[in-house]
Design a protein around this ligand. Structure first.
Ligand code: ARG
Length: 589
């Protein structure tokens, strides 16, 4: 379906044209004075300059041409030359009926030029538990992916595990201290390696921090870890077998954690998967004359004349020949281009890595790894702070494990729900988890990604205000009215959304009509916060309507059936929106 703003604009543009003015002046926007009108056109002001006459003269003529147009109930020309528009109630009802008839999409068409978009979000590090720093990437990335998919694009999410480098050597070293008898450490071992991992996830999570702490104090230990890393990276069999155990154990734990967040990835690739592509990539950069030695390191210059701040060269190999984070990201681009040829790659990463990604992107373009037909986009997010305005920590001041944070909020929510009603324990827990997830995700997504925000558990879990639970509460309220209606009556075949009977009903209908335009713009701007802002307005409009209208007690059966159709559509719009945000509504709460 066409966007309502486009439909309205077309009529007004035509009216400008009919009166001898350029159509471009007829563009309509939402009113910024909702008390006066619903839509407005300020084009006469600009046209007046071009046609050298009073703007009022133009707006008057245009208004006159539109006065019999059935799309509008009022077209007012207001001094000095504004056009104030009100939509005809019947026209709006027809628009909403068309939305209702378009099952599953509600008038939002899929893109006519579907793209293949890869999205790099996640970036958890193997053997280290997920912490809140990974939360934003997961929540924002998942939503961007779902919005893209809803708009008809092929979206491929890659977790891009941090599974390479010194951390692996550290784990191996500590494991050798704890269990030196394992066959993985025997130089002359020829047999098959055991199928089961020689550690559990909790051991693994203990091994890494221990090793990391020891290496900071004990030089010899650190040497050993570096040596183990080197041997692992150069193909030592026992260590590679250990690496796959570490990966398996860690990945199944990560999957469980992401699942609890309603987040999933199409690809579970890691930094280690990029390593085989490094030698050829580096060789080519050298052969083509892009990479040169600088103080022993191999670098590619990426500064440009138009830079206003210094962009340092992109380092490809350290002076000892070791690869870096950069090298891995560049080599990852090699396989992404080779295997997928995406139209676009989006990186959802902490905004403090912005300069780093500028270097990587420029290097990839300059060396021809990525051609001009593929767009590289950095979607940097801000820090999640505690109420003290500092990065979110546990009460003891340590890094908060994501799992603990989620459990804490689940618990909080369960208490609230159990206080409100008598619920079965199991049912109550399930509902609490759903509502808690909406609190966490909406709390994050309702902010512009690039901004820092304060993670305020109390505010986020409130059932009132601009929160996830408020949105869910609204959906549950609608579901409950629909259920009550259905328990007593069957909706007649002929039931349909009717022209608004009140201002609050009209306001709700106008909000609903923005759906397809909103979703398109949320996609184009990679901006889930636009979906949040929209459903907050929509939920408010619905609740206002609900408080002013007796729906179940409405005596006129046709009017009542019309309300029910309107509620059904409101519910569907809200449900699609929370689905792309990555959470769901319970049946009751
Ligand atoms: N593992 C990294 C970290 O914890 C994040 C990875 C982000 N993605 C990327 N392609 N570099 O900081």
């Amino acid at each position: 379906m066409e966007k309502i703003l486009d439909l309205i604009s077309r009529e007004v543009e035509e009216a400008f044209e009919v009166n001898g003015y350029d159509r471009k002046f007829g563009r309509v926007s939402l009113s910024n004075r909702p008390d006066l009108c619903e839509y407005q056109c300020n084009g006469a002001m600009a046209a007046a300059k071009e046609y050298k006459c009073a703007p009022f003269l133009i707006s008057d003529k245009v208004a006159d041409s539109l006065k019999d147009n059935t799309m509008f109930s009022a077209v007012d020309s207001v001094k000095p030359g504004f056009l104030n528009l009100r939509l005809d109630n019947e026209y709006l009802a027809v628009f909403l009926r068309q939305m209702s008839a378009d099952a599953g999409r509600l008038g939002c068409e899929k893109s006519k030029e579907p793209k293949k978009i890869m999205i790099d979000y996640g970036g958890p590090n193997v053997a280290k538990p997920l912490h809140v720093g990974h939360l934003r990437s997961a929540i924002i990335g998942e939503s961007v992916k779902r919005i893209g998919r809803f708009m008809g694009h092929t979206m491929i999410g890659d977790v891009h595990l941090g599974d390479w480098g010194l951390q692996m050597g550290l784990i191996i070293t500590e494991l050798k201290v704890r269990k030196p008898e394992l066959v993985y450490f025997q130089d002359d071992y020829e047999g098959e390696y055991p199928k089961d991992a020689p550690f559990t996830i909790s051991e693994l999570e203990d091994i890494y921090p221990t090793a990391s702490a020891k290496s900071k104090e004990d030089e010899a230990y650190k040497e050993a870890a570096m040596q183990a890393t080197y041997e692992l990276q150069h193909g030592r069999k026992g260590y590679q077998a250990l690496l796959s155990h570490i990966l398996n154990v860690s990945v199944s734990d990560l999957k469980r954690n992401y699942e609890n967040l309603n987040v999933s990835f199409e690809l579970w690739k890691g930094e280690s998967d990029a390593q085989p592509y490094i030698p050829d990539m580096v060789q080519k950069m050298k052969d083509d004359g892009f990479a040169h030695l600088s103080e022993g390191a191999l670098v590619v210059d990426v500064k440009e004349d138009s830079d206003t701040k210094e962009i340092p060269p992109c380092m490809i190999l350290k002076s000892d020949g070791a690869s870096l984070y950069n090298t891995t990201d560049l080599a990852t681009l090699v396989w992404r281009m080779q295997d997928y040829r995406p139209d676009e790659i989006i990186y959802v990463v902490d905004k403090r890595q912005e300069l780093y990604f500028t270097q990587v992107f420029r290097c990839a373009r300059k060396t021809g790894l990525v051609g001009p037909e593929t767009e590289l986009k950095f979607l940097g997010f801000g820090t999640m702070n505690g109420k003290d305005g500092k990065p979110f920590k546990t009460r003891e001041g340590g890094v908060m494990r994501l799992e603990y944070l989620v459990n804490e909020i689940n618990e909080e929510m369960y208490k609230k729900i159990a206080d409100n009603h008598t619920v079965e324990e199991e049912e109550g827990r399930k509902t609490a988890r759903m509502v808690a997830l909406s609190a966490i995700k909406y709390g994050d997504l309702s902010n512009q990604a690039a901004k820092d925000y304060i993670f305020d558990v109390e505010r986020f879990t409130s059932f009132e205000g601009n929160t996830g639970p408020y949105i869910l509460y609204t959906i549950v309220r609608i579901k409950s009215i629909l259920k009550k209606y259905q328990a007593e009556k069957t909706l007649p075949e002929s039931a349909q959304i009717l022209a608004a009977h009140s201002d609050s009903e009209k306001a709700l209908m106008l909000e609903i009509s923005k759906f397809n335009g909103m979703m398109e713009s949320a996609f184009v701007d990679t901006a889930p916060h636009k979906v949040c802002a929209y459903i907050y307005d929509l939920a408010n409009a619905f609740n206002h309507f609900y408080h002013e209208t007796k729906i179940l007690a409405e005596p006129d059966a046709i009017v009542q059936a019309g309300y029910i159709c309107l509620l059904e559509l409101t519910k569907q719009v809200l449900e699609i929106c929370i689905e792309v945000l990555g959470f769901e509504a319970p049946e009751k709460m």
